[in-house]
Design a protein around this ligand. Structure first.
Ligand code: SF4
Length: 500
């Protein structure tokens, strides 16, 4: 069976969203026919370029279900009648956001009243499902800054002697090119300095943050929290970070020790200090998040974890364990805990779904931002055909993989990865789309891969509902839902996935 006619027709459907002017910003509203990346084309007329302000297109998300806050794309304006293209990852249904002008001053960026700066006229705004080719560079980028670590958590390769990675930092020459590219950027960039290690161990981590002076670039990172000492916390609140994501996995010393093989109390003291430092700084654009990888051993700790987050004025993200064959012979035996990876993986069932809904309600009632982040590590089950799928009662006519936005744009859950060997992937689970060459400035080298044949074919496949080759080994949410969809409903129409 082919694709529903409705879906095929929507590829070229262009829709003008509802716009509403307020004092300081233009509000937009758009009902997306499906989840995925959308292209926003804005036509603006500006009369004076002396002040070189910036324009921000923001997507508002429910603060209580998204600890990371809104997704915001910023571009430097030039004078005259100009068109600007942005990509946003929208949910199916109603999406809301704003268009505003920003100053370039210290944090947080304050919206300007447009008329107070110079005349600017929004001539037109059109939203459409994007094409195979992305015209602008990726704006959420992950740099695996180091794989050195001072911890040995049971579910990480640092915790298993025979799986320990060979230790290295991200290469200096590539880091230098990256810093220069970020300083030249005229569009906003969110950079995750996170890899299979503890970023605060790496001198490069501090160098990248200190040497990037472009106000369009913001950083975030995941850490085990052990090195969030007074000196580092003071530096963090003065630096352009948007959030600090601390992996805790437990709300009690006993379970923390079992999973992370370290004492709980010093890390909690560090977090209390960081929370106080953020409060004292007055910054509303810097968030503290604590995260938990959910498994059999710690699933009962979620209510206490929410309470801990409330005390720390932090948001919570929860992920599930990875489910790949690679993890099925994974065993860590310690005096206090025997961790058998495959037995700890939670499997989708109705009871667990009800429990998780209960956690979401608990967090909402407590006013704690709480997100179960299933994009990269969904809760899986087996289909009747024996495939690893994400069971769902909500499959629609749209092929689920067409909802993956990451070949066009990132968000807090999915980022473009520049691996230490120069390979590039749209997310951390995807096989590389290519490798940057040395002879070009890094942004041009990235663009060659980002808009190259493999990337365009991958986009074409995703829009057509076909699992692309670079994503075929992944168990991400989109691939796992697509496997279920393929078994239940349709076969893939190969004609629709050919690139021009
Ligand atoms: S593996 Fe492919 S489909 Fe899955 S999140 Fe990454 S880019 Fe999207």
């Amino acid at each position: 069976m082919g694709y529903p006619e409705k879906y095929a027709m929507r590829h070229n459907h262009r829709i003008t969203p509802i716009l509403k002017n307020s004092d300081r910003e233009v509000e937009w509203e758009f009902t997306a026919p499906r989840q995925g990346a959308y292209q926003f084309d804005l036509k603006l007329e500006t009369m004076d370029d002396n002040k070189t302000p910036y324009l921000a297109l923001s997507l508002r998300r429910d603060e209580l279900t998204n600890p990371f806050g809104p997704v915001r794309k910023i571009v430097k304006l030039s004078s005259g009648l100009k068109s600007y293209t942005f990509y946003l990852p929208l949910d199916k249904g109603l999406n809301r956001g704003t268009i505003s002008l920003l100053n370039t001053g210290p944090e947080p960026w304050k919206p300007f009243q447009a008329s107070a700066i110079f005349p600017i006229v929004l001539k037109k705004m059109v939203v459409s499902i994007p094409e195979h080719r992305a015209t602008i560079a990726p704006d959420f980028i992950l740099i695996p800054v180091t794989n050195h670590c001072n911890y040995s958590c049971v579910m990480c390769s640092h915790g298993v002697p025979e799986k320990k990675p060979s230790l290295s930092h991200f290469p200096e020459p590539l880091a230098g090119r990256f810093i220069n590219a970020l300083n030249r950027s005229t569009t906003s960039c969110h950079v995750a300095l996170t890899g299979e290690g503890e970023p605060l161990i790496s001198p490069l981590f501090f160098r990248i943050v200190n040497d990037v002076t472009n106000p369009l670039v913001k950083f975030h990172f995941a850490t085990n929290g052990s090195l969030l000492n007074d000196r580092n916390n003071k530096w963090i609140v003065k630096s352009p970070f948007s959030h600090v994501n601390v992996s805790l996995d437990a709300a009690t010393p006993n379970v923390y020790r079992k999973i992370r093989n370290a004492p709980f109390k010093p890390v909690i003291q560090n977090l209390e200090q960081l929370s106080d430092a953020i409060k004292a700084s007055g910054r509303s654009d810097l968030r503290l998040i604590i995260n938990m990888t959910l498994m059999s051993e710690n699933q009962n700790e979620v209510p206490a974890f929410i309470e801990l987050a409330g005390r720390l004025n932090a948001g919570v993200t929860v992920n599930y364990l990875n489910d790949y064959n690679y993890f099925h012979d994974w065993l860590v035996e310690r005096p206090e805990f025997r961790f058998d990876y495959k037995e700890q993986i939670l499997v989708h069932n109705e009871t667990l779904e009800t429990t998780v809904t209960g956690y979401q309600k608990l967090a909402r009632d407590a006013g704690v931002p709480f997100m179960i982040d299933e994009v990269m590590r969904p809760l899986l089950g087996r289909s009747p055909g024996g495939k690893l799928v994400r069971p769902s009662n909500e499959l629609t006519n749209d092929p689920p993989i067409s909802g993956c936005p990451y070949l066009w744009t990132g968000d807090w859950r999915g980022t473009f990865v520049l691996h230490s060997g120069g390979e590039l992937g749209a997310c951390c689970l995807q096989q590389p789309l290519g490798k940057v060459i040395d002879s070009l400035p890094l942004e041009e080298a990235i663009d060659k891969v980002w808009n190259g044949t493999i990337a365009r074919q991958t986009r074409a496949d995703i829009l057509a509902g076909k699992i692309p080759e670079p994503c075929s080994g992944s168990n991400c949410l989109f691939v796992a839902l697509q496997r279920l969809w393929n078994e239940k409903f349709y076969t893939v129409d190969s004609e629709r996935s050919r690139i021009d």
